[in-house]
Design a protein around this ligand. Structure first.
Ligand SMILES: [Fe+2]
Length: 348
C-alpha cells in the first residue's frame, strides 16, 4: 500500500524532470489540473517548480461530465479545458505547463493553439509518484528514441509477426511520427513523462492483416493482462473481427460496440516501446487507481498497437485502446527493430 504524502525524494524526481525541460529561475509555469487530478502530483509539481526558482501558478478546472456511454481511460485527449479561451490564452503565455490533467493534452483540441503561442507542455502521466521516481530522464534513451523516430519518418513499410499468429503490414508512407523520451526543452512542443517510445499515425487505408493478442499482452483501457488470446482482423485500418472467448474478447467487443461509431474500430497509432527501465510487471505492482499505464507503453520491445482517433487519417472518436503486444518481431523496411519481443541494438 502506497501512502499519498509528500516525500522529499519525489520533489527531487519532479525537479530532475522539470530541469531537463529547461525550467529556470523566474520562468512562469502553469500547473494545469482538474478537480479529479491526483492531488499528490499537483502538489509535487508546485514544490518542485518553487525549488527551481520558477513562478508557478495553478489553473484548476472542474472535471467535466462524461459525455459518452462508457468510462474513458487513457485516451491522451483531455476534455477538461472545454475550449475556455482565458485558460487557453494563459497556458500559451506561460513558459512551461505542468499538465496534471487526467488524460493529458496530447490530443486535446486546444493544444495546437497553446503550442503555437510558444509554451512547452509536459504531461505528467496520472501515475503514483512511486512509479515516476523510477523513470528518470535518461540521455541515452533520448538519443535512441530520436534515432528510431528518424527511421520511422523515413520508413515505407512496417511488418509485425509473432509465433502466436500475428501477421500484419503497415504502409508507412506519409505517416506522422512522434518520439517520446520523457521531457522537452523546446518552446512550442509537448511530451509526456514517463517516456521511451516511438509512435506513428499512419495515413488512411494502410494497415492490414491479423493481430493476435496473446495471453499476457495488455489492454490498458481495462488495465488487464490478457488471460486468453484475442484475434483481430484488420482490413484497410478497421478491425473487422474480434475473435476469442473469455472476458478479454467479450469486453473488447462490448467496449468497441458501445461507441456506436465505426471510427472506434480503426487503427490510431502503431509503434514500439524503448525504455529498458520500464517494467512489464508494473500493472501487477500497483492498485488500479495508482496506475495509468504509460510505463507499460514504454516497455522495451513491446509492439504498441492502438485503436481510435487518428487525425492524420481524418478519423475522430473518443474510443481508444492502447495495447502493448509482447513477443512480436517488428521489421521497418529491411531492419528488424524488435525480434521476438526484444528491442534490437540498431539505434546507437
Ligand atoms: Fe494511445
Amino acid at each position: 500500500m502506497l501512502s499519498d504524502r509528500i516525500e522529499g525524494k519525489w520533489i527531487d524526481a519532479f525537479c530532475e524532470t522539470f530541469a531537463k525541460c529547461g525550467v529556470k529561475e523566474g520562468d512562469s509555469a502553469v500547473i494545469l489540473s482538474e478537480t479529479q487530478s491526483r492531488q499528490l502530483n499537483v502538489h509535487l509539481a508546485e514544490l518542485a517548480l518553487l525549488r527551481l526558482g520558477s513562478r508557478p501558478f495553478h489553473i484548476v478546472l472542474p472535471t467535466p461530465r462524461n459525455a459518452y456511454p462508457v468510462p474513458i481511460r487513457s485516451t491522451g485527449a483531455s476534455v477538461a479545458i472545454g475550449g475556455l479561451a482565458p485558460v487557453v490564452s494563459a497556458l500559451g503565455q506561460a513558459v512551461f505547463v505542468a499538465d496534471c490533467t487526467l488524460e493529458g493534452l496530447m490530443h486535446a483540441p486546444e493544444t495546437p493553439q497553446i503550442l503555437k503561442a510558444g509554451a512547452r507542455v509536459l504531461y505528467i502521466s496520472n501515475e503514483h509518484p512511486e512509479a515516476l521516481e523510477r523513470l528518470r530522464p535518461d540521455d541515452q534513451l533520448a538519443a535512441r528514441v530520436r534515432a528510431a523516430a528518424k527511421m520511422m519518418r523515413a520508413a515505407k513499410r512496417m511488418t509485425v509477426t509473432s509465433a502466436a499468429g500475428t501477421d500484419m503490414a503497415i504502409d508507412m508512407t506519409g505517416a506522422s511520427t512522434a518520439g517520446v523520451w520523457g521531457w522537452t526543452d523546446k518552446p512550442g512542443t509537448l511530451t509526456h513523462w514517463p517516456g521511451g517510445m516511438v509512435v506513428s499515425f499512419p495515413k488512411g487505408g494502410t494497415v492490414n492483416g491479423t493481430l493476435v493478442l496473446d495471453r499476457g499482452d495488455v489492454n490498458l483501457t481495462f488495465k488487464r493482462y490478457l488471460e486468453a488470446p484475442v484475434t483481430l482482423t484488420l482490413e484497410s485500418d478497421y478491425v473487422t473481427r474480434v475473435e476469442g472467448s473469455g472476458a478479454d474478447a467479450e469486453m473488447m467487443r462490448a467496449y468497441l460496440a458501445a461507441w456506436g461509431d465505426r471510427e472506434a474500430y480503426a487503427v490510431s497509432h502503431v509503434g514500439f516501446g524503448m525504455n529498458q527501465q520500464a517494467r512489464y510487471e508494473s500493472l501487477a505492482m500497483y492498485d488500479q487507481r495508482d496506475f495509468n499505464g504509460t510505463e507499460l507503453r514504454a516497455v522495451a520491445g513491446n509492439f504498441l498497437f492502438s485503436t481510435g482517433a487518428n487525425e492524420f487519417a481524418g478519423r475522430y472518436t473518443a474510443g481508444h485502446f492502447d495495447i502493448p503486444v509482447m513477443r512480436t518481431t517488428i521489421t521497418v523496411d529491411n531492419t528488424v527493430v524488435v525480434r521476438d519481443g526484444v528491442l534490437q541494438d540498431v539505434f546507437g
